[in-house]
Ligand binder design. Structure first.
Ligand code: TRP
Ligand code: ZN
Length: 887
């Protein structure tokens, strides 16, 4: 983003730094180079004179030498695209400062000074959405990770903690609501009709947690009393008109506050907790102290416009940001290499919260599906990195499924090994020991060791080594001793920069089932610590059925093929719901991998389909299952996950075989799907689990019917669309119609667009459904949508709704012509100058060329080369493309 080819810089340049500096050579930041800051900033007072295109920022810093750092005679303050409008030190105006690239350098003697720096920024021109920017006439900030330096010069690193005092003034009509972190302390009117407000945050915090919002906003208000009796005013601010869709978010917030007290003993620590929803946002949401800022998609919901999945996502993200108040804010990160300290732990906490609010096994299955769908591919591709990376060029590129989701799995393994009570002792010690500090992953591990009484010496490898461990399991029955020997072998694959790996400690919840009784003799937690290890089980007179990695106790791949009979047994009998799901997945994976690699003749193919069909029929008929769980068990493994199981990726064959299996299941279980659709369609709308389960199955039935009996699917989807009283049903029906070649498709799409015109989040769905569709013309549809009047490159939600859906559409993206790759490369090149961090997120789909069949691999590389050759690329995109090409 520091280059000449980018569009107007979001800042107004004023003297004396008139000439733009040349783009700096890519600098690599290394974890082991960490040095404590030479100067600390105990206090900062910020004064904003707000305006959409020219906001004047006056920053008063109290700076003090850090007694624990090497003394430096020069103070270096980070800046990004800023110019100094004025600078004074201890009350004296000065011009003996200099720029080093975008940083401000000041030579300083003495141990403490008062600095005043003025800068001017242009929020309306800030399309990167980092720093201070405008969204629909309102002003807001996003400072994580390095956005504060786009507002004012500052030591913009998370180990510099300051008390913030914020004053802002601006036009009363344009900005009636003025918000910042902490507590409101004063407000008033100016003589010229403008007004002002002051906020004070008593908790020292790093600059990435600073936030300011100013605009025309309405609040949904509620209150919460903490268990020690503090009354907290809660408010969710949205644009006028949206306040009717904030109740679910408010309920989720209150539930989060209660849960963190119960589950982790964590109370809220201010008198106010504010949330603001904005429609232009680079990520999901941001945990700024006392002032969370959210993407509207994780706040706004009502039954007509939000699906059950949206409701769940809102609850999870509201919880996630709230939980950061302790895991992230009260205890923050020393440097950005420690990102998983706050993100991995907070994802685990939001997963635990959502599990308790809904169905724990269904939530576990969903979390594992996300891990396998995004993190496993990342871990086996060119962008693989440990949950605590060793180096980066641009930290925005490391907000990844690995740091977040694998990070959560790593801490979850600690809970499995310690048990919940001991783990809680560990987290209590962690929060107690490091409250108010900027901590490291090592601090967390040590606190869990000390508090929970675990030895995590070898376990630290989970922080150091990238790559998904592969486990092979072999169970040998010894009739003479009526015992079983289970031999486990692990390999951790080589990843970029890490050719050789050490064995990891892998906790595997395991049970051996007696075929005759259908029962096991008690689950055991096996800890595999070596490359190869054997475990003996007594008391089996016949060969048992192995159920391993139950509940997905470790984020590993089990490479061993189980006999089909054993998988069918587990799918029906395992008392661990996750293991039942896993057996179903494995049954389908083994069949499809064999089919794709040409190992099945016609009769073996038919036999395999019949076995899967019988397992499906049993699940559809099993009265012991609830519908939410039934819905999980009938979801086929995705094409991405299937491609991970192959030595060479053949996307067209995977797609064809998987669709053929779906069609077979649609035809041979046609009666069952129709009966299921009828039964579920009769369940009235509510947010209860039974009704949600019915809705999930209703659309699943349509998915199979669409593959096996398209005419019947069109009839039913049309009826479901017309009768829909909620978005879950309407979207499921529209998705089905979108995939089929029938006039009903265009009619429904037109109706949907009309019905929800002006509702940006629903129009996003309209784009996604078409770009992500099974329809053979999905490429043409996507190209046409890119020129639709509702499409815009400046709103990340809209860009993602079209192009992320497209990149995740296996058959369209992987078209043999390479057109799908070209579309994504064109997007990256066009989006990069507007929003580099969002553009960079589209590189990874193109990066998986190494395992691809040679024709497509060449096309993918060619697109990466074309992006790399584009002049003036952002640091974000440059880094991702370089890494992807290196392989
Ligand atoms: N810290 C935020 C979270 O996980 C996410 C985040 C990181 C973010 N960087 C961002 C949000 C940039 C918006 C923009 O909760
Ligand atoms: Zn987070």
């Amino acid at each position: 983003m520091n280059d000449l080819a980018t569009p107007p810089s979001p800042t107004v340049s004023t003297s004396p730094a008139e000439t733009a500096s040349p783009p700096p050579a890519p600098t690599v930041v290394r974890r082991l180079d960490y040095r404590p800051p030479a100067w600390l900033v105990p206090d900062i007072a910020l004064d904003f004179a707000l305006s959409l295109d020219s906001t004047r920022v006056t920053s008063r810093l109290r700076i003090e030498r850090n007694p624990d750092a090497e003394p430096e005679t020069t103070l270096r303050l980070d800046g990004d695209g800023l110019a100094v409008a004025s600078l004074s030190i201890d009350g004296q105006l000065r011009n003996d400062w200099r720029m080093d690239g975008s940083d401000l350098l000041i030579d300083l003697a003495g141990d403490a000074h008062d600095l005043v720096i003025e800068t001017v920024v242009n929020p309306a021109a800030n399309t990167q959405l980092s720093g201070l920017y405008a969204s629909n006439g309102m002003l807001c900030t996003q400072c994580e990770a390095e956005g504060f330096r786009r507002i004012t010069f500052f030591p913009d690193r998370p180990d510099v903690l300051s008390r913030y005092h914020v004053r802002m003034s601006g036009d009363k009509a344009a900005f009636p609501v003025l918000l910042s972190n902490g507590n409101p302390v004063a407000q008033g009117d100016n003589a010229d009709g403008s007004h002002w407000a002051e906020w004070d945050d008593p908790w020292p915090k790093p600059s990435y947690l600073f936030a300011l919002v100013a605009g025309e906003l309405l609040a949904n208000r509620a209150s919460f009393t903490t268990r020690s009796g503090r009354d907290v005013s809660l408010a969710i601010f949205v644009r006028p008109g949206d306040e009717t869709r904030t109740d679910h978010a408010m309920r989720s917030l209150i539930a989060s506050m209660t849960w963190d007290e119960d589950a982790y003993g964590r109370e809220y620590d201010l008198d106010d907790f504010n949330i603001v929803a904005v429609s232009d946002f680079n990520a999901g949401a941001m945990e700024n102290k006392g002032l969370n800022v959210f993407n509207t998609r994780y706040i706004l919901a009502d039954p007509e416009t939000a699906t059950d999945g949206d409701y769940d996502a809102i609850e999870g993200v509201v919880g996630h940001e709230y939980f950061h108040n302790w895991s992230g804010n009260r205890v923050t990160c020393r440097d950005w290499f420690q990102l998983s300290l706050k993100e991995g732990f907070t994802v685990l906490r939001d997963q635990q919260f959502s599990a308790e609010r809904g169905s724990p096994p269904v939530k576990r299955i969903e979390d594992v599906r996300i891990l396998r769908g995004s993190q496993f591919p990342e871990d086996s591709g060119p962008l693989a990195h440990p949950i605590r990376p060793d180096s980066y060029q641009e930290i925005s590129n490391f907000y990844t499924a690995t740091v977040y989701n694998k990070g959560a799995e790593v801490i979850r393994m600690m809970t499995v090994m310690a048990g919940p009570d001991a783990f809680r002792k560990g987290t209590d010690l962690y929060f107690d020991r490091h409250d108010g500090e900027a901590a490291t992953c090592e601090d967390f591990i040590k606190a869990i060791e000390d508090g929970a009484g675990l030895d995590l010496t070898q376990f630290r490898r989970w922080y150091e080594q990238a790559g998904t461990p592969r486990i092979e399991a072999e169970a040998v029955h010894h009739p003479a001793t009526q015992s079983v020997t289970l031999t486990l072998r692990q390999t951790v694959p080589a990843t970029p920069g890490q050719p050789d790996k050490q064995p990891m400690p892998i906790p595997l919840r395991t049970a051996l089932f007696d075929r005759a009784t259908g029962k096991h003799h008690g689950e055991q937690l096996l800890l595999l610590t070596d490359a190869e290890q054997s475990f003996t089980f007594a008391g089996y007179d016949t060969p048992p059925v192995l159920s391993i990695n139950r509940g997905f106790s470790a984020p590993v791949a089990i490479a061993t093929q189980l006999p089909t009979a054993d998988l069918l047994f587990l799918a029906e009998h395992d008392d661990d719901p996750f293991a039942r799901y896993e057996a179903m997945q494995q049954l389908v994976v083994q069949h499809l991998v064999a089919a794709v690699t040409g190992q099945l003749d016609a009769s073996a193919l038919e036999r395999g389909r019949r076995e899967i069909g019988e397992a499906f029929a049993a699940i559809l008929a099993d009265s012991g299952l609830d519908d939410l769980m039934r819905g999980e068990l009938v979801i086929l493994p995705g094409e991405g996950y299937l491609s991970e199981q192959l030595a060479v990726n053949e996307p067209a064959r995977i797609h064809a075989e998987r669709e053929a299996l779906k069609a077979w299941l649609g035809q041979h279980l046609g009666t069952e799907w129709r009966a299921l659709h009828d039964r579920c369609a009769a369940v009235p709308y509510s947010l209860e689990a039974a009704a949600r389960g019915a809705r999930k199955l209703k659309t699943q039935a349509l998915v199979y019917l669409a593959a096996g009996d398209p005419a019947e699917a069109v009839r039913r989807a049309k009826a479901q669309y017309d009768a829909a009283d909620c978005m879950t049903d309407r979207q499921g029906a529209l998705m089905t119609l979108c995939g089929l070649d029938d006039p009903a498709r265009e009619e429904a799409l037109a109706d949907f667009h009309d019905r929800f015109a002006g509702n940006a989040l629903v129009i996003d769905k309209w784009f996604s459904l078409q770009a992500g569709s099974l329809n053979p013309k999905a490429i043409e549809h996507t190209k046409a949508l890119a020129t639709h009047p509702d499409f815009t490159m400046t709103n990340p939600n809209r860009v993602r709704s079209l192009y992320m859906a497209f990149a995740a559409n296996p058959q369209a993206f992987n078209a043999a012509s390479g057109e799908g790759y070209r579309i994504i490369a064109d997007l990256i090149i066009a989006l990069d100058p507007i929003n580099g961090s969002t553009a960079a997120r589209f590189v990874s789909p193109l990066g998986r060329w190494k395992k691809m069949e040679p024709g497509r691999a060449k096309l993918m590389r060619a697109e990466l080369e074309r992006i790399a050759a584009t002049p003036g690329l952002s640091r974000d995109t440059t880094e991702q493309v370089q890494r992807s090409l290196a392989g």
